[in-house]
Design a protein around this ligand. Structure first.
Ligand code: UDP
Ligand code: MG
Length: 202
């Protein structure tokens, strides 16, 4: 398997079919082998039924369902440890990340980076101050404490070298610290500007 895409989701019923379609279009155009691994983090809104239909229509889709809601980090961890791809890509299920950015992340991996991390340059579009201020503070703090300078620690859309992703043991809210943790151990990390689209439903 060349590429595993991991999609953590919690109550994203109406976002799943459009995302699957966009992902399939982008990935099919690459001509590389891939799988999509949807991790249903205990959804209660009918996401499971939607995923069943998507899986029935596309053999590249795998679904893992967690028995109860465990949070995005736990869903990512579950997804990562069940991948087989040389490269693992994580993407949000709500449409905020754009699958069209995946080829550029993969290009960085081809240049030898261990992590290519999305940087949402337009992420403040329409965001309330109550979201902006904590995010700016968190970015500043993480950057100062870890010494790994990224513009955007909170972007799920990232490409990881597969064995690196499978070695991670994430808990709590740790997914934001992966680039910093990995860089500590010598991983080469780069940032790629990506599109940001506010979620349309859910
Ligand atoms: N998510 C999850 N479990 C949760 C909460 C969120 O798997 O308990 C998923 C969610 O469906 C989405 C991603 O994690 O695909 C990011 O969540 P959200 O959009 O709520 O976070 P934000 O974009 O505000 O950081
Ligand atoms: Mg979101």
């Amino acid at each position: 398997m060349d590429i595993s895409i991991v999609v953590p989701l919690y109550n994203e019923r109406d976002n799943l079919a459009p995302l699957h379609e966009e992902l399939a279009r982008v990935m099919d155009a690459l001509g590389r082998s891939y799988e999509m691994l949807f991790v249903d983090d205990g959804s209660t809104d009918g996401s499971a039924e939607v995923l069943r239909a998507i899986k029935a229509s596309d053999p590249k889709v795998r679904v893992i369902r967690l028995a109860r809601n465990s949070g995005q980090t736990a869903a990512l961890q579950c997804g990562f440890s069940n991948t087989t791809g040389d490269v693992v890509i994580a993407i949000d299920a709500d449409g905020e990340n754009d699958p069209a950015d995946i080829p550029r992340l993969l290009a960085c991996m081809g240049e030898g980076y261990d992590i290519a991390s999305g940087w949402r340059t337009e992420r403040w579009k329409g965001a309330a101050l109550t979201r902006r201020i904590p995010s700016i503070a968190a970015n500043w703090l993480i950057s100062r404490i870890t010494g790994v300078r990224l513009h955007d620690y909170g972007c799920t859309l990232k490409a990881y070298r597969g064995d690196l992703a499978r070695q991670l043991r994430l808990y709590g809210e740790m997914h934001r610290f992966v680039p910093a943790l990995a860089a500590e151990q010598g991983a080469r990390v780069t940032e790629v500007e990506v599109n940001f689209r506010p979620r349309l439903s859910g």
